[in-house]
Design a protein around this ligand. Structure first.
Ligand SMILES: [Zn+2]
Ligand SMILES: [Zn+2]
Length: 255
């Protein structure tokens, strides 16, 4: 009886030592992958860009997008005679339409295909800070200089975008048309520093601000970048898309 018991204890000890060792090995492999993969190349993602009046050209390691910034979905901000005009049918009881209408723009964004972390992180400006996969531009989390979006959110249409006084349609928060079309964990676009933007879901988990760094991103694998890449997430809470500036160096945006 005594012999059997000791034998059992020794076996159990050996098994736990074995399990502890394999866990350690796994952790080391993960760490190595994260350290190795910093030579990013986002060329493979360009084929996902498709929109009205949207085109891009590659020159060396730079992609230049030209966009008319016209959403490929309905909105109450289209002129009433446009086929994409649709009265507001969203869920915000405090919704109020702003006086602006969607108008054709001519926005050109030059973005590196090999994004790197910047030594000095620049703040995102007001106006366009990146381009979503349907050609509509992304804006940051402010309605004006240091003004939170609190009131502006009530003018977001059923797909959570709205136009400026110049008719420039844009998304500050989750572009609901794109996440409904491609999934909450899908690639949504690029910020002008070349780093990709993803929806609020990753690996079945809803990403919150606490999962992300000061720039509202992190390094992990995505379905498009199985070796891992730094990327931004759009979350449900302020700052939604971008935090305390660009992670990389922003390219040129003219409009
Ligand atoms: Zn806005
Ligand atoms: Zn992620």
């Amino acid at each position: 009886m005594k012999i059997t018991k000791s034998f059992f204890i020794i076996t159990a000890l050996l098994v736990s030592v074995f399990i502890a060792c394999s866990n350690e090995d796994d952790a080391e492999v993960l760490e190595e992958e994260t350290i190795l993969e910093t030579d990013y190349d986002v060329s493979s993602i360009l084929s996902k860009f498709e929109g009205t009046g949207l085109s891009y050209a590659i020159n060396g390691n730079t992609v230049t997008f030209t966009t008319q910034d016209l959403p490929n979905h309905t909105s109450p901000y289209w002129p009433a005679n446009n086929v994409l005009y649709e009265a507001y049918n969203g869920t915000n009881n405090n919704w109020h339409q702003n006086p602006n209408q969607i108008a054709t723009q001519n926005i050109v964004l030059s973005i590196t295909l090999n994004p790197e972390e910047a030594n000095n992180h620049q703040a995102t400006p007001l106006g366009p800070i990146g381009i979503s996969r349907n050609g509509v531009v992304f804006f940051n989390q402010y309605a004006g200089p240091d003004q939170p979006l609190t009131n502006e959110i009530n003018s977001f249409d059923q797909y959570l975008g709205h136009p400026t006084g110049f008719g420039m349609y844009h998304y500050h928060i989750e572009p609901a048309y794109l996440t409904s079309e491609f999934g909450d964990d899908a690639f949504l676009g690029l910020l002008s520093d070349g780093f990709p933007v993803y929806g609020p879901l990753e690996g079945g988990k809803t990403i919150s601000n606490a999962d992300l760094d000061a720039y509202h991103g992190h390094i992990s694998i995505t379905s498009d970048f199985p070796e891992g890449i730094y990327h931004y997430h759009i979350t449900g809470g302020d700052p939604y898309l971008n935090g305390n500036g660009y992670f990389g160096t922003p390219g040129n945006i003219s409009r």
